[in-house]
Write a protein that binds this ligand. Structure first.
Ligand code: SF4
Length: 333
Protein backbone atom coordinates (compact mmCIF):
# COMPACT_ATOMS: atom_id res chain seq x y z
CA UNK A 1 0.00 0.00 0.00
CA UNK A 2 1.06 3.56 -0.70
CA UNK A 3 1.00 6.34 1.85
CA UNK A 4 -2.18 7.82 0.35
CA UNK A 5 -3.97 4.45 0.62
CA UNK A 6 -2.95 4.23 4.26
CA UNK A 7 -4.15 7.76 4.95
CA UNK A 8 -7.46 6.89 3.29
CA UNK A 9 -7.71 3.76 5.43
CA UNK A 10 -7.15 5.86 8.54
CA UNK A 11 -9.64 8.52 7.45
CA UNK A 12 -12.20 5.72 7.08
CA UNK A 13 -11.54 4.96 10.80
CA UNK A 14 -9.84 1.63 10.06
CA UNK A 15 -7.09 0.55 12.44
CA UNK A 16 -3.86 -0.06 10.54
CA UNK A 17 -2.34 -3.55 10.36
CA UNK A 18 1.10 -4.54 11.58
CA UNK A 19 2.59 -4.38 8.09
CA UNK A 20 1.04 -0.92 7.60
CA UNK A 21 2.60 0.21 10.88
CA UNK A 22 6.00 -1.23 9.95
CA UNK A 23 5.87 0.66 6.67
CA UNK A 24 5.02 3.97 8.36
CA UNK A 25 7.65 3.49 11.06
CA UNK A 26 10.24 2.88 8.35
CA UNK A 27 9.67 6.24 6.67
CA UNK A 28 12.32 8.86 7.18
CA UNK A 29 11.07 11.00 10.10
CA UNK A 30 11.59 14.22 8.13
CA UNK A 31 9.99 13.02 4.89
CA UNK A 32 6.83 14.58 3.47
CA UNK A 33 5.07 11.21 3.99
CA UNK A 34 5.94 11.18 7.67
CA UNK A 35 4.54 14.70 8.09
CA UNK A 36 1.32 13.45 6.48
CA UNK A 37 1.14 10.71 9.12
CA UNK A 38 1.69 13.25 11.89
CA UNK A 39 -1.02 15.51 10.44
CA UNK A 40 -3.47 12.60 10.29
CA UNK A 41 -2.68 11.57 13.88
CA UNK A 42 -3.13 15.16 15.02
CA UNK A 43 -6.50 15.28 13.24
CA UNK A 44 -7.74 12.09 14.92
CA UNK A 45 -6.49 13.09 18.39
CA UNK A 46 -8.05 16.55 18.15
CA UNK A 47 -11.32 15.08 16.91
CA UNK A 48 -11.52 12.48 19.71
CA UNK A 49 -10.45 14.90 22.46
CA UNK A 50 -12.48 17.84 21.03
CA UNK A 51 -9.28 19.84 20.67
CA UNK A 52 -8.68 19.81 24.43
CA UNK A 53 -5.53 18.07 25.65
CA UNK A 54 -5.02 16.69 29.15
CA UNK A 55 -2.15 17.09 31.59
CA UNK A 56 -1.75 14.47 34.30
CA UNK A 57 0.64 14.95 37.20
CA UNK A 58 2.70 12.34 39.01
CA UNK A 59 4.24 12.31 42.47
CA UNK A 60 6.55 9.55 43.70
CA UNK A 61 6.13 8.20 47.23
CA UNK A 62 9.68 6.91 47.34
CA UNK A 63 13.09 6.84 45.76
CA UNK A 64 15.10 3.64 46.16
CA UNK A 65 17.74 1.48 44.54
CA UNK A 66 15.44 -1.08 42.90
CA UNK A 67 16.50 -4.74 42.48
CA UNK A 68 14.24 -5.16 39.43
CA UNK A 69 17.08 -3.47 37.53
CA UNK A 70 15.33 -2.10 34.48
CA UNK A 71 18.44 -0.83 32.73
CA UNK A 72 16.82 2.41 31.53
CA UNK A 73 15.71 3.49 35.03
CA UNK A 74 17.67 5.75 37.37
CA UNK A 75 16.36 3.72 40.34
CA UNK A 76 17.86 0.46 39.02
CA UNK A 77 20.34 -0.78 41.61
CA UNK A 78 22.79 -1.71 38.88
CA UNK A 79 22.92 1.92 37.67
CA UNK A 80 24.21 3.09 41.06
CA UNK A 81 22.54 6.52 40.88
CA UNK A 82 20.79 6.40 44.25
CA UNK A 83 22.40 4.59 47.16
CA UNK A 84 19.63 4.81 49.77
CA UNK A 85 15.89 4.74 49.97
CA UNK A 86 13.98 7.88 50.90
CA UNK A 87 10.22 7.89 51.45
CA UNK A 88 7.81 10.80 51.52
CA UNK A 89 5.93 11.45 54.74
CA UNK A 90 2.18 11.26 54.33
CA UNK A 91 1.86 15.05 54.75
CA UNK A 92 4.37 15.68 51.98
CA UNK A 93 2.55 13.32 49.63
CA UNK A 94 -0.77 15.00 50.39
CA UNK A 95 0.78 18.43 49.82
CA UNK A 96 2.11 17.41 46.37
CA UNK A 97 -1.27 15.94 45.40
CA UNK A 98 -3.18 19.02 46.54
CA UNK A 99 -0.79 21.26 44.65
CA UNK A 100 -1.37 19.26 41.45
CA UNK A 101 -5.12 19.47 42.01
CA UNK A 102 -5.04 23.23 42.45
CA UNK A 103 -2.75 23.53 39.40
CA UNK A 104 -5.59 21.92 37.41
CA UNK A 105 -4.08 18.50 36.62
CA UNK A 106 -6.77 16.29 35.04
CA UNK A 107 -5.48 13.30 37.02
CA UNK A 108 -3.12 12.84 39.96
CA UNK A 109 -0.76 9.85 39.74
CA UNK A 110 0.83 8.21 42.78
CA UNK A 111 3.98 6.28 41.90
CA UNK A 112 6.33 3.96 43.80
CA UNK A 113 9.24 1.74 42.89
CA UNK A 114 8.31 -1.92 42.39
CA UNK A 115 9.18 -3.09 45.91
CA UNK A 116 7.40 -0.42 47.98
CA UNK A 117 5.10 -2.10 50.54
CA UNK A 118 1.60 -2.27 49.08
CA UNK A 119 -0.08 -1.82 52.49
CA UNK A 120 1.75 1.44 53.04
CA UNK A 121 0.87 2.57 49.53
CA UNK A 122 -2.82 2.04 50.31
CA UNK A 123 -2.55 3.84 53.66
CA UNK A 124 -0.97 6.97 52.18
CA UNK A 125 -3.31 6.84 49.19
CA UNK A 126 -6.32 6.83 51.52
CA UNK A 127 -5.01 10.01 53.11
CA UNK A 128 -4.40 11.57 49.70
CA UNK A 129 -7.89 10.57 48.58
CA UNK A 130 -9.46 12.10 51.71
CA UNK A 131 -7.70 15.40 51.04
CA UNK A 132 -8.63 15.72 47.37
CA UNK A 133 -12.00 16.68 45.91
CA UNK A 134 -14.14 13.59 45.32
CA UNK A 135 -14.18 14.23 41.57
CA UNK A 136 -10.37 14.44 41.26
CA UNK A 137 -9.08 11.46 39.28
CA UNK A 138 -6.53 9.36 41.15
CA UNK A 139 -4.27 6.93 39.29
CA UNK A 140 -1.76 4.38 40.62
CA UNK A 141 1.61 3.72 39.01
CA UNK A 142 2.93 0.70 40.91
CA UNK A 143 4.56 -2.68 40.25
CA UNK A 144 2.84 -5.87 39.15
CA UNK A 145 -0.20 -6.72 41.25
CA UNK A 146 -2.61 -9.57 41.87
CA UNK A 147 -6.33 -9.26 41.19
CA UNK A 148 -6.91 -8.88 44.97
CA UNK A 149 -4.58 -5.88 45.17
CA UNK A 150 -6.08 -4.42 42.03
CA UNK A 151 -9.50 -4.59 43.74
CA UNK A 152 -8.04 -2.78 46.74
CA UNK A 153 -6.88 0.04 44.45
CA UNK A 154 -10.36 0.28 42.99
CA UNK A 155 -12.01 0.17 46.43
CA UNK A 156 -9.74 2.93 47.69
CA UNK A 157 -10.75 5.45 45.09
CA UNK A 158 -8.36 4.89 42.20
CA UNK A 159 -9.98 5.33 38.77
CA UNK A 160 -7.17 3.53 37.03
CA UNK A 161 -3.51 2.71 36.71
CA UNK A 162 -0.58 3.30 34.43
CA UNK A 163 1.01 0.01 33.44
CA UNK A 164 3.17 -0.94 30.47
CA UNK A 165 4.84 -3.95 29.00
CA UNK A 166 8.12 -2.25 28.24
CA UNK A 167 10.12 -2.80 25.06
CA UNK A 168 12.44 -5.79 25.49
CA UNK A 169 10.83 -6.56 28.84
CA UNK A 170 12.64 -9.50 30.39
CA UNK A 171 15.87 -8.74 28.48
CA UNK A 172 16.51 -5.11 29.48
CA UNK A 173 14.63 -5.71 32.76
CA UNK A 174 14.46 -8.62 35.17
CA UNK A 175 10.66 -8.59 35.12
CA UNK A 176 8.53 -11.23 33.45
CA UNK A 177 6.62 -10.04 30.36
CA UNK A 178 3.85 -12.53 31.17
CA UNK A 179 3.48 -11.10 34.66
CA UNK A 180 3.26 -7.57 33.26
CA UNK A 181 0.47 -8.69 30.93
CA UNK A 182 -1.30 -10.58 33.69
CA UNK A 183 -1.26 -7.48 35.90
CA UNK A 184 -2.84 -5.43 33.12
CA UNK A 185 -5.58 -8.06 32.88
CA UNK A 186 -6.08 -8.04 36.67
CA UNK A 187 -6.36 -4.25 36.76
CA UNK A 188 -9.00 -4.31 34.05
CA UNK A 189 -10.85 -7.22 35.69
CA UNK A 190 -10.98 -5.16 38.89
CA UNK A 191 -12.66 -2.30 37.00
CA UNK A 192 -9.62 -0.03 36.69
CA UNK A 193 -8.89 1.81 33.45
CA UNK A 194 -5.37 1.09 32.22
CA UNK A 195 -3.29 3.76 30.51
CA UNK A 196 -0.19 2.53 28.72
CA UNK A 197 2.54 3.49 26.29
CA UNK A 198 5.12 2.12 23.85
CA UNK A 199 8.23 2.79 25.90
CA UNK A 200 11.08 3.42 26.44
CA UNK A 201 12.02 3.72 22.76
CA UNK A 202 15.69 3.73 21.84
CA UNK A 203 17.52 3.76 18.51
CA UNK A 204 18.01 -0.02 18.62
CA UNK A 205 14.30 -0.89 18.49
CA UNK A 206 13.24 -2.18 15.09
CA UNK A 207 10.10 -1.18 13.22
CA UNK A 208 8.83 -4.73 13.79
CA UNK A 209 9.29 -4.51 17.56
CA UNK A 210 7.58 -1.12 17.71
CA UNK A 211 4.67 -2.29 15.55
CA UNK A 212 4.18 -5.39 17.70
CA UNK A 213 4.12 -3.27 20.83
CA UNK A 214 1.65 -0.84 19.27
CA UNK A 215 -0.58 -3.81 18.43
CA UNK A 216 -0.24 -5.23 21.92
CA UNK A 217 -1.30 -1.94 23.53
CA UNK A 218 -4.26 -1.71 21.13
CA UNK A 219 -5.29 -5.28 22.02
CA UNK A 220 -6.54 -4.39 25.51
CA UNK A 221 -8.36 -1.16 24.60
CA UNK A 222 -6.41 1.10 26.98
CA UNK A 223 -7.49 4.53 28.23
CA UNK A 224 -4.61 5.83 26.14
CA UNK A 225 -1.56 4.57 24.37
CA UNK A 226 1.30 6.60 22.93
CA UNK A 227 5.06 6.56 22.75
CA UNK A 228 7.92 7.76 24.92
CA UNK A 229 11.60 7.83 24.20
CA UNK A 230 14.26 6.53 26.56
CA UNK A 231 16.14 9.27 28.37
CA UNK A 232 19.79 8.35 28.80
CA UNK A 233 20.91 8.16 32.41
CA UNK A 234 24.52 9.41 32.33
CA UNK A 235 27.30 6.86 32.92
CA UNK A 236 25.11 3.80 32.44
CA UNK A 237 25.40 0.87 30.08
CA UNK A 238 22.10 1.87 28.47
CA UNK A 239 23.30 5.41 27.75
CA UNK A 240 25.79 3.91 25.29
CA UNK A 241 22.89 2.86 23.07
CA UNK A 242 21.97 6.54 22.58
CA UNK A 243 18.64 8.29 22.28
CA UNK A 244 16.19 8.92 19.45
CA UNK A 245 15.45 12.59 18.74
CA UNK A 246 12.12 14.30 19.31
CA UNK A 247 11.22 14.15 15.63
CA UNK A 248 11.56 10.35 15.56
CA UNK A 249 9.56 10.16 18.78
CA UNK A 250 6.85 12.36 17.25
CA UNK A 251 6.70 10.03 14.25
CA UNK A 252 6.23 7.01 16.54
CA UNK A 253 3.58 8.85 18.58
CA UNK A 254 1.71 9.52 15.33
CA UNK A 255 2.00 5.95 14.05
CA UNK A 256 0.80 4.67 17.44
CA UNK A 257 -2.33 6.80 17.10
CA UNK A 258 -3.02 5.23 13.71
CA UNK A 259 -2.59 1.77 15.22
CA UNK A 260 -5.28 2.37 17.89
CA UNK A 261 -8.99 1.88 17.49
CA UNK A 262 -11.08 5.04 17.88
CA UNK A 263 -12.31 3.78 21.29
CA UNK A 264 -8.86 4.77 22.59
CA UNK A 265 -9.20 8.50 23.16
CA UNK A 266 -5.82 9.37 24.61
CA UNK A 267 -2.41 9.44 22.96
CA UNK A 268 0.46 10.27 25.29
CA UNK A 269 4.08 11.16 24.95
CA UNK A 270 6.84 11.72 27.44
CA UNK A 271 8.81 13.85 27.91
CA UNK A 272 6.51 16.70 26.89
CA UNK A 273 7.46 18.54 23.69
CA UNK A 274 5.79 20.57 20.95
CA UNK A 275 6.72 18.09 18.22
CA UNK A 276 4.82 15.37 20.10
CA UNK A 277 1.76 17.59 20.53
CA UNK A 278 1.87 18.57 16.85
CA UNK A 279 1.99 14.88 15.93
CA UNK A 280 -1.13 13.89 17.82
CA UNK A 281 -0.18 13.61 21.48
CA UNK A 282 -3.06 14.79 23.66
CA UNK A 283 -1.60 13.82 27.04
CA UNK A 284 1.53 15.02 28.84
CA UNK A 285 2.75 14.51 32.41
CA UNK A 286 3.93 16.97 35.00
CA UNK A 287 6.14 15.41 37.70
CA UNK A 288 7.30 16.05 41.25
CA UNK A 289 9.48 14.13 43.67
CA UNK A 290 11.54 11.22 42.36
CA UNK A 291 11.52 10.41 38.64
CA UNK A 292 12.98 7.30 36.98
CA UNK A 293 14.44 9.40 34.16
CA UNK A 294 16.15 11.91 36.42
CA UNK A 295 19.21 11.85 38.63
CA UNK A 296 17.86 14.71 40.79
CA UNK A 297 16.05 13.54 43.92
CA UNK A 298 13.36 16.14 43.32
CA UNK A 299 12.57 16.21 39.63
CA UNK A 300 10.89 19.60 39.95
CA UNK A 301 14.47 20.87 40.28
CA UNK A 302 15.51 18.77 37.27
CA UNK A 303 13.70 17.33 34.26
CA UNK A 304 10.15 17.51 35.63
CA UNK A 305 7.57 19.78 33.98
CA UNK A 306 4.71 21.57 35.73
CA UNK A 307 1.04 21.44 34.76
CA UNK A 308 1.34 24.98 33.41
CA UNK A 309 4.49 24.34 31.37
CA UNK A 310 2.81 21.28 29.81
CA UNK A 311 -0.24 23.36 28.94
CA UNK A 312 1.98 26.03 27.41
CA UNK A 313 3.55 23.41 25.11
CA UNK A 314 0.09 22.27 24.03
CA UNK A 315 -1.00 25.87 23.38
CA UNK A 316 1.95 26.32 21.04
CA UNK A 317 0.49 23.51 18.90
CA UNK A 318 -3.06 24.81 18.77
CA UNK A 319 -4.42 22.69 21.60
CA UNK A 320 -6.76 24.00 24.28
CA UNK A 321 -6.72 22.44 27.76
CA UNK A 322 -9.40 20.13 29.08
CA UNK A 323 -10.58 21.45 32.43
CA UNK A 324 -11.93 18.86 34.85
CA UNK A 325 -11.46 15.18 35.62
CA UNK A 326 -9.67 13.11 32.98
CA UNK A 327 -11.94 11.83 30.23
CA UNK A 328 -9.44 9.08 29.41
CA UNK A 329 -9.91 7.52 32.84
CA UNK A 330 -13.58 8.33 33.37
CA UNK A 331 -16.57 7.49 31.28
CA UNK A 332 -15.09 7.19 27.81
CA UNK A 333 -17.29 5.53 25.20
S1 SF4 B 1 11.26 0.84 36.26
FE1 SF4 B 1 10.26 0.32 38.23
S2 SF4 B 1 10.73 -1.87 38.50
FE2 SF4 B 1 12.17 -1.12 36.97
S3 SF4 B 1 14.03 -0.55 38.12
FE3 SF4 B 1 12.75 1.31 37.91
S4 SF4 B 1 11.51 1.34 39.79
FE4 SF4 B 1 12.34 -0.74 39.60
Amino acid sequence: MEIHDLMKKSQDAETLSKSDLVYLLGLSPDSAESYLVMAEANRISKELATGQAEVHAQLALNLAPCPSNCLFCSFAQVNGVFAEETRLETEQAVAYAKQFESDGANAVFVMTTAHYPFGQFIEISQEIRRNLKPETTLVANVGDQSYENAKKLKDNGFAGVYHALRLREGADTSLSPEKRKKSIQSFQDAGLEVGTCVEPVGPEHTEGELAEMIEYTASFNPAYSGAARRIAIPNTQMALRGMINELRMAQIVAVTRLGMPRTVMGNCTHEPCTLGAAAGANLFWAEAGANPRDTEERTEEGRGETVESCRALFRECGWASWLGPSRYYNGRP
